[in-house]
Design a protein around this ligand. Structure first.
Ligand SMILES: Cc1cc2nc3c(=O)[nH]c(=O)nc-3n(C[C@H](O)[C@H](O)[C@H](O)COP(=O)(O)O)c2cc1C
Length: 203
């Protein structure tokens, strides 16, 4: 029998059910959601879109309150999954009732990106990297300004209240995210030890 990542996820869900007594044990005021990352290229962690479409109905039956879909580029006008050719957001939306919220994200930077994600069927938009580089991202969008896009200089990130420690972490795990320090003659960390970084999350 082929063991897929979805099999692993099913096992995890079964384990959670046994451990917690399932949705009933949480009570109705406790929000339970599952994050489904289909946007990460193999061999990084994550599952394929067909696998996600297989397990999402089971999650809905289990009583999840939201599904969080992490895509490579949720904001594309036609956000098709590269591997399956299926439009990810509408496909997941079709499997879940209105009572289950759909959050989608991946590559959202501008207001236009966010509107596109909503237009494809998401209830909420997730913003990660753009919010790290633009601490006031929601305010920038509301005021009609344009967020600064990655890669960010360390100076910019510091001005956005990102700690030195987190900047160093970002240098390792996300490329292109942090550009070398101005005037630095040292190669940036993201150019060193690429193999190690490829094993890290989402490089
Ligand atoms: C520094 C950093 C750490 C992340 N850690 C996790 C994580 O632990 N688990 C996870 O599922 N996704 C993680 N992500 C992925 C983000 O939640 C998001 O899905 C991804 O970055 C795509 O969205 P974006 O284009 O808005 O950044 C991380 C992203 C970044 C930038």
């Amino acid at each position: 029998m082929r063991t897929t990542t979805a099999d692993g996820l099913r096992t995890a869900i079964a384990f959670f059910r046994r451990l917690s007594g399932g949705r009933d044990a949480c009570g109705s005021d406790f929000v339970v959601g599952v994050r489904v990352s289909t946007g990460v290229p193999v061999p990084h962690p994550g599952i394929s879109l067909p696998e996600a479409l297989e397990i999402v109905p089971a999650m809905v039956r289990d009583g999840v309150d939201f599904i969080h879909l992490s895509l490579k580029d949720a904001a594309r006008t036609d956000p098709h999954d590269e591997r399956s050719g299926v439009a990810a957001i509408p496909a997941v939306r079709a499997l879940i009732p209105d009572s289950v919220a759909l959050i989608a994200g991946g590559g959202v930077v501008t207001a236009r990106d966010a509107v596109s994600v909503i237009a494809h069927g998401a209830d909420m938009v997730a913003v990660a990297r753009a919010a790290i580089g633009n601490a006031r991202w929601p305010r920038i969008i509301i005021e009609g300004d344009t967020p600064v896009n990655a890669p960010y200089t360390p100076e910019h990130l510091k001005a956005e209240d990102v700690s030195e420690r987190f900047i160093n972490y970002l240098r390792r795990v996300r490329r292109p995210f942090v550009v070398p320090e101005r005037g630095s003659t040292k190669p940036d960390a993201h150019l060193v030890g690429q193999k190690k970084q490829q094993q890290a999350y989402g490089s």
